[in-house]
Design a protein around this ligand. Structure first.
Ligand code: ARG
Ligand code: ZN
Length: 859
């Protein structure tokens, strides 16, 4: 049942038509006042195709409009809530427009909006994908590329006035106001426009590009945070050098600015020459930032920088092609990160994230292709499928091509399409110059669903024969699934001495295929066959290994990712009752961890991974019972912990706290220490003193928070006092207090009622996405609490509230419930009733699109 009056309009890829007018240049004048802003724009437009001159605009008050210096009368244009159409527009039109907007009340955080208050008050923009139309009327679509000159004017208490490009003029205008004029020489789509009006401190540095350009690098943050920009600045310079070396891409402007803001819907935004960042993705200091967050800062800095080529200079023709820039850029930032830590661990992180979130999305009613063919609200498609699965496709192409041909392809791509707005077909066509098989990867972009790759092997006369088959579920509304090209990296090891006998990259292109490896010296013993090495394709692997085969992979593999993958495979069997060989697992860990913990401490920490409850939920298409899944998971965790009980304390003690260092090994040791603390507590060992010692002597936030987390989770003595003390120590640092909210909301020991009290606190700010995500994110990750009446009521009442304040944030939170229909009967009915009730309350396109799909897919 859907409410037909609330069925918003869908747009389709097949309906794409090129823009009727181009905009050669625009002069923008943005003036900020206490309770509003005025924006005037002069657009030089030229006709390219037949059709009306239409400008998009939303929530704008039109103050005046003229064409070629002649004011338009009311009958010469028409206006609705979404657009302005100029009737009988000439082929060459200088369109001058003036509008009034109110950034002060813009809580959606799209367009120009106010962030923070008091000393922290500032104005920033977020234009991707369609925020520019909330600033001025414009053909706000990515295939309209324009040269921008921007004048920004505000009260002098805002010392910083920024826009894209180069500063060409600044001065006073009287009345205690001042202005700055910026010119961006590169043509860009409107989604890359940015401006900032703020009172911020700045830290700067320089970088000389391989082409000899001296680039001024600036990071703007509040005076209290300005000393936390060092990690970001170093990462920026590293990223600039890396892109020159790996892709031959240098930066193209004299200035690169980054601005940190506390209220932001996403991680960060790659606006040309003026990135705007969520504070959580730019600020970092050992004292306040965990290793995980700090590493994330580097990755996001690199991601946004890499967009300068993959996104800004070569951009998307339309928003259906979003993965063109996001998938490729995620692949680039993952590769960059892999050069700053153990590559195995980087891959483990990326794959765990993919499996927990993207596989889940692909298995539910919100499943969509990496390049969707229709949508209602493009903001809803900034998904893990577009980003992460998109990155996996580029990775498969890179794996198939090998380093040289991949570089040949990317060189071709940049040479051919620099300055253009292009499609996935264009990308594949450039990438295929050295190998036509690349063209077949288009199917990965158009077909939703995670392929299941099944396989096994047989020993034949002098070798091994491998057989693989693939199957993708049929997603309603799409064509019957067809076979995809699946690269499978395989290594074969001698079954006793572990010698590498063969290695090859296979390409499965049919539904089912066999591959043989001949002339192997197997020595009369069953070989060890390691497949899908480094996760060479984003598939669910089912391979008929024995449990012993899996543990031999752990022993013999030289690739850390596959050691982890083999452990995970056995853990999966234990969880789903397909094996009861726990001792085999724990004996392997006992043998391997003592050495590995010194060689690659982070990898050894990851060998203790047990998939999260939400990840395990993906396995159930019906009759999902969160309590049972949790019980099974907890039991396994406890069994592992007990089996290792004689060792974990000693392992923990072998890793004493030392002065802080930001190296892969030091970060690995800190992670492993926290994992072991948790494991020891799970084994019911007395760790209270150790936890308190770690808290009191922490060299950094990872150690302090790791100890606090353990105290809360396991209810150690005085946990509440520590929690209070932690709050007092960091009360004026929003990002640390976010962690404080997250840790408590996420603890198993804290129930829905407790999370509710967190959300009723005065420092729980509904306008700040970071704060809101702490509790909603934690609840979404605790299925046994989420899928209860209290849990759902709390979650959905927050959604209804956010639907009004910030629809982008609301619909993201809603997507976490996409697989509600897999619940067992009573729970399912309960949730359905509440979702239907929500449907009557909400009004944003964002939330309605998802909600309708969630209910229609499963009425
Ligand atoms: N392009 C940005 C990034 O991935 C994300 C911006 C998304 N914004 C949004 N409103 N959905 O780097
Ligand atoms: Zn991006």
């Amino acid at each position: 049942m859907t409410n037909s009056t609330k069925e918003p309009q869908k747009i389709y890829l097949k309906d794409y038509t090129p823009p009727t007018y181009r905009v050669d240049d625009i002069y923008l004048d943005i003036r900020i006042f206490d309770d509003h802003a005025t924006v005037s724009g002069v657009l030089n437009m030229k006709r390219e195709h037949d059709g009306a001159l239409v400008l998009f605009g939303r929530e704008l008050e039109l103050l005046g409009i003229s064409v070629n210096d002649k004011a338009l009368t009311a009958d010469e244009y028409s206006l609705d809530g979404e657009s302005l159409t100029i009737h009988q527009a000439p082929d060459t039109a200088k369109v001058a427009i003036e509008v009034k907007i109110t950034p002060q009340t813009n809580t959606a955080l799209e367009g120009l909006y106010q962030s923070g208050a008091g000393d922290e008050l500032m104005f920033v923009t977020q234009c991707e994908p369609e925020g520019f139309r909330k600033i001025i009327f414009f053909p706000d679509r990515p295939d309209v590329l324009t040269e921008y000159t921007t004048r920004v004017e505000a009260d002098k208490r805002f010392s910083v006035l920024l826009a894209n490009g180069n500063l060409i003029q600044q001065g006073d205008v009287g009345d205690d106001r001042h202005f700055a004029i910026w010119h961006d020489p590169t043509k860009k789509p409107s989604y890359l426009f940015a401006c900032v009006v703020a009172d911020l401190a700045v830290t700067s540095d320089h970088y000389t590009t391989s082409e000899g350009r001296d680039v001024l690098l600036e990071i703007y943050a509040s005076p209290a945070d300005i000393d936390k920009c060092h990690v970001a600045m170093t990462a920026l310079k590293d990223a600039m050098a890396w892109d020159e070396e790996r892709y031959g891409r240098a930066y193209d402007l004299d200035r690169y600015m980054i601005v940190a803001t506390g209220q932001f819907n996403m991680g960060a935004m790659e606006n040309k020459g003026l990135n705007i960042f969520n504070t959580s993705c730019v600020l970092s200091s050992p004292k306040t930032t965990t290793d995980e967050r700090s590493f994330h800062v580097k990755a996001v800095i690199a991601h946004e920088y890499f967009h300068n080529w993959t996104g800004n200079r070569v951009t998307c023709r339309d928003w259906f092609q979003l993965c063109l820039k996001e998938g490729f850029t995620v692949f680039r930032d993952q590769s960059f990160s892999a050069s700053h830590r153990s590559p195995a661990v980087q891959r483990i992180d990326d794959v765990s994230f993919l499996k927990a979130h993207q596989f889940k999305e692909d298995a539910g009613v919100l499943a969509h292709p990496v390049r969707p063919d229709s949508f209602v609200e493009i903001n809803n498609f900034y998904t893990v499928t577009i980003y992460e699965k998109g990155a996996e496709i580029v990775r498969m192409i890179a794996t198939l091509l090998g380093q040289d041909k991949f570089r040949q392809g990317t060189d071709e791509y940049f040479a051919r399409y620099d300055g253009q707005a292009v499609t996935i077909e264009d990308f594949l066509s450039a990438m295929s110059v050295g190998d036509e098989r690349v063209l077949d990867f288009l199917a990965w972009y158009t077909q939703p669903g995670t392929p299941v790759l099944s396989g096994g092997f047989e020993v034949v006369a002098d070798g091994v024969e491998l057989t693989f088959s693939q199957e993708t579920r049929h997603v309603a509304g799409f064509d019957e699934p067809k076979a995809l090209p699946i690269p499978i990296d395989v290594a074969i090891f001698h079954g006793e001495n572990g010698q590498l006998l063969a290695q090859d990259l296979l390409l499965l292109t049919e539904n089912s295929q066999s591959f043989s490896f001949d002339g192997l010296d197997l020595g009369g013993v069953r070989p060890v066959v390691s497949v899908l090495r480094n996760f060479s394709a984003p598939v669910k692997l089912v391979f008929d290994h024995t449990d012993e085969d899996l543990m031999k992979i752990v022993e013999f593999e030289n690739e850390g990712f596959n050691q982890w993958q083999a452990v995970q495979a056995l853990v999966g069997r234990l969880l789903f009752g397909k094996s009861d060989n726990i001792t085999l697992l724990t004996d392997t860990l006992k043998r391997i961890v003592p050495t590995l913990m010194h060689k690659d401490p982070m990898l050894s920490a990851r060998l203790f991974d047990v998939p999260s409850e939400s990840e395990l939920a993906v396995a159930y298409d019906e009759n999902y019972k969160p309590q049972e899944v949790k019980a099974t998971r907890t039991a396994l965790k406890e069994q592992i912990a007990h089996a290792l009980a004689d060792h974990v304390q000693a392992w923990y003690d072998a890793l004493p706290i030392v002065p802080y260092e930001d190296t892969p090994d030091a970060r690995g040791v800190r992670l492993l220490r926290n994992v072991l603390l948790n494991l020891a507590l799970t084994a019911k060992l007395d760790m209270t003193e150790r936890a308190q010692y770690q808290y009191a002597n922490a060299s950094c936030m990872s150690e302090q928070l790791g100890a606090l987390e353990a105290m809360i989770e396991f209810g150690l003595p005085n946990a509440d006092d520590y929690t209070t003390q932690f709050y007092e120590e960091y009360h004026d640092d929003d990002l640390v207090i976010d962690q404080w909210f997250s840790v408590q909301a996420g603890a198993d020991s804290r129930d829905v009622a407790f999370i509710k009290t967190l959300m009723e606190r005065t420092d729980y700010d509904w306008q700040t996405p970071n704060r809101v995500r702490t509790t909603l994110g934690a609840l979404a990750n605790k299925p046994t609490q989420l899928w209860t009446k209290d849990g759902i009521l709390l979650y959905l009442s927050a959604l209804a509230r956010l639907d009004v304040i910030n629809p982008v944030l609301a619909s993201r939170a809603l997507s976490a419930l996409a697989r509600w229909y897999t619940l067992a009967d009573d729970d399912k009915e309960m949730v359905k009733t509440e979702l239907l009730a929500l449907q009557q309350k909400v009004s944003s396109k964002n939330v309605l699109e998802f909600l309708n799909n969630m209910l229609e897919g499963r009425a």
